[in-house]
Design a binder for this molecule. Sequence first.
Ligand SMILES: NC(=O)c1ccc[n+]([C@@H]2O[C@H](COP(=O)([O-])OP(=O)(O)OC[C@H]3O[C@@H](n4cnc5c(N)ncnc54)[C@H](O)[C@@H]3O)[C@@H](O)[C@H]2O)c1
Length: 381
Amino acid sequence: MKKINAAIVGTGFIGPAHLEALRRIPNVEVIALVEVNQALADEKAKILGIPNAYTFDEMLKQSDIDVVHICTPNFLHFSQAKAVLLAGKHVICEKPLAVKIEEAEELVKIAAEKGLVNAVHFNLRYYPMVRQMKTMREKGELGEVYSIMGSYLQDWLFLQTDYNWRLEPDKSGDSRAIADIGSHLLDITEYVTGLKITEVMADFSTVHKTRLKPLKAIETYSGKMLDMSDYQEVPINTEDHASVLLRFDNGSKGSITVSQVSAGRKNRLNIEISGSKSNFEFNSERPNELWIGKREKANENLMKDPSLLYPEASALVSFPGGHNEGFPDTSKQMFKEVYAAVIEGKQPSNPSYPTFASGLRELIIGERIVESHKKQAWVKI
Ligand SMILES: NC(=O)c1ccc[n+]([C@@H]2O[C@H](COP(=O)([O-])OP(=O)(O)OC[C@H]3O[C@@H](n4cnc5c(N)ncnc54)[C@H](O)[C@@H]3O)[C@@H](O)[C@H]2O)c1
């Protein structure tokens, strides 16, 4: 089988997660990386065991690179994804796809014109229990959806001294908690239920009105190591916390709460979907379990075991029951589907994986949520 060569742009937190996932897929090799400057690229290439370190423009010129993974801060996604597509290469972009709706629309258009494989890394869809919920719903085991309640809570921005480029709108966009983690939750909500969000009513809060910005460079999640003299106080204009009421196209209602300042919640996506036959609850900090609530009999707690899941979900399982799988496995499972399309050389007509169109959808919902907060009113999607 033909070997597929990939390059990774940005090797902070999530770039190496892409690398590890790709190293677990047959016939795929990561042959190059790109960093913010050549010295850092050379250093990272040595650490990560990647043979070539290029500038972005040099990387685009390499004819042996088939696929490019964009793992840089949000404001770079549009220009980099566009350049990759125009260079005729397939692209897997981190979420959010862009910082503005118009940019994402342009990317969707260019990707369609070129016919190239395009994906957005909404990897949390690839927990087997998320696919199991979707499949159970498709088979009628949830019944009519009555309501949806979701939350995504983290604590890595809990302290006033916690700092990251995500706190700067020129790098992250006008929304932070919603764009950064709410996007995953909203994506999963529509993916599992098959419903579309039609209206939103949002209320944000910025708990730390100012933060202490480190004067030295630090990578995501690597804070807590500096002295007070290493900080400068800066104003913060994006949300630490957001509550959003949701209306769906079947008339049902729901809500989400997203926070990056919830002590002890490390990275907890929780979704509870109440239907006329069952209630499903999934928690990403316990991803090998699915709670299935019942009225007329005992509740069930389904443990991840490929022999107990529907084939659609067991397709995302690599290990037997009791051998826990987690966050790194989600990217591997997603890339298996995306690289099957890369081998075919084009975007399938109905891709199983999240595409640039999914990325555009999240930007539209996210922008309406910001608008709703500003107007303190319901806004239609
Ligand atoms: N899907 C997920 O679960 C998930 C998880 C974390 C992050 N992300 C997304 O991944 C992206 C990166 O986040 P992160 O947490 O890895 O950030 P990070 O700050 O840890 O890493 C970003 C990297 O990009 C590099 N970089 C900056 N400018 C560059 C340029 N012009 N060219 C090449 N490299 C450049 C930085 O040096 C750094 O190594 C964000 O868009 C974020 O939303 C997604």
